[in-house]
Ligand binder design. Sequence first.
Ligand code: NI
Length: 129
Amino acid sequence: MQHKCEDHHMHKINTAEKLALFSDHWNPRIVGELNGQHVKLVKFQGEFVWHKHDHEDELFYVLKGSFRMEFRDRTVVLSENEFLIVPRGVEHRPVADEEVCVMLFEPASTLNTGDAASNELTRTVLEKL
Ligand code: NI
């Protein structure tokens, strides 16, 4: 029997397979979309830039490895199977001593570098995998 499905709807996604399709850092790929939110996969290594998002909460879920989320007053270490929600308006900076694979869940409007001046890490157009 044939059926039609649009995009990823009704198709399961294997995050390991998607992660194998790219190797660069700080460049999120969109792997799902629902209710105006994007599900993204990204690899971090090194230090990102300090920034905040005035209108979006961001969820970071560690699939493989670990990293630390720095806030102005504390640091949260995130390991595999752990997630953290960064509320809108809160300054943050992800830092990964070694490569980490992360799933992001955030509104489609979210710019990775938030309110930081556009820089070499800013990604305005994201690839869909
Ligand atoms: Ni952010």
